[in-house]
Design a binder for this molecule. Structure first.
Ligand code: RIB
Length: 302
């Protein structure tokens, strides 16, 4: 079965800095580059590279950046349903520190064009088949995601929500999510309550959504499903750029679920994909291919 990613597409301008600047401070970058990004586009490319037949549903402006993003997707053999919006194509400004940590500012532009996005999403979801995976994040209007997930569920597809960037999640939305993927901050934000207890927050969310995966960086990923809780170990690697690590995890996870793999095995594959991603610079450019992920897992197992 296939993966349909509904989400944002940005043109990223990334700079490498020794450390992130503080308020009012100017720092010098050692390099700068422009590439295809946006959480949705990154996830679509990660899913395609991980081996899934993938379609990306999003919106771009009628401008050069939009044309470049369209080309980037096509070059990766990602099918596109890209609405052409009156707004400018989304852009993001990414600062990556020497330790690989990023700080990102997004200018959403066309990604917030609910009407254009909704039109494409309706058409795309109307064409999905039972068993497909529909993956979305929250850099686009939440109502577009809610409507698409309702339709996707009714057609027998599974829905995966990566609740990034963090936003309040309504009961109506959680009711139509099959798998929720969050990092620890997003988990605490989504659950409310005690802000120090990630495990408690994950359990509270798992009472509302069938499956919850909490990515914990170097601590691995907590998988809560059907009353079971498993910790999938992380791979110790030296990170040069953590940009799109979460996106790569989600794209690879969706690809393996679409291929019929069980949740824990798919999570192990996704963790390996993220471990490879952080060892390379860039957003979508850093997503690994299925063969590399397989080789990485095999090497770690031996
Ligand atoms: O998750 C990384 C992405 O966040 C970047 O590619 C940037 O465009 C922002 O959407």
């Amino acid at each position: 079965m296939g993966v349909i990613v509904l989400g944002s597409a940005n043109e990223d301008t990334a700079v490498s800095v020794r450390r992130h600047p503080g308020a009012g401070e100017t720092v010098l970058a050692s390099s700068a580059g422009v590439g295809a990004g946006g959480k949705g586009l990154n996830q679509a490319i990660a899913a395609a590279r991980a081996g899934a037949s993938t379609t990306f549903v999003g919106a771009v402006g009628d401008d050069d950046a939009g044309a470049r993003l369209r080309l980037a997707l096509t070059a990766e053999e990602v099918g596109t349903r890209l609405a052409r919006s009156d707004r400018v194509t989304g852009s993001a400004f990414v600062m990556v520190s020497a330790g690989g940590e990023n700080a990102i500012v997004v200018v959403p532009g066309a990604n917030q064009d609910a009407e254009a996005l909704g039109r494409e999403a309706d058409a795309a979801v109307g064409a999905i088949a039972e068993g497909d995976i529909v993956l979305a994040q929250l850099e686009i209007p939440i109502d577009v995601v809610l409507t698409a997930f309702r339709l996707a569920g009714a057609r027998g597809a599974s829905t995966v929500l990566n609740a990034a960037p963090s936003a309040p999640l309504s009961d109506a939305l959680l009711d139509v999510v099959d798998i929720l993927v969050v990092n620890e901050h997003e988990c605490l934000d989504a659950a409310g309550g005690d802000r120090r207890d990630v495990r408690g927050a994950a359990e509270a969310l798992a009472a509302r959504v069938g499956t919850v995966i909490v990515t914990l960086g170097a601590q691995g990923a907590l998988v809560l499903s059907g009353g079971d809780v498993d910790l999938v170990a992380a791979h110790a690697v030296s990170a040069v750029d953590t940009t799109a690590a979460g996106d790569t995890f989600c794209g690879a996870l969706a690809a393996r679920l679409a291929a019929g793999e069980q949740l824990n095995a798919a999570t192990r594959f996704a963790s390996a994909a993220a471990a490879l991603c952080v060892q390379r610079p860039g957003a979508s450019a850093s997503a690994p291919y299925a063969q590399e992920i397989g080789e990485f897992l095999a090497a770690r197992a031996s």
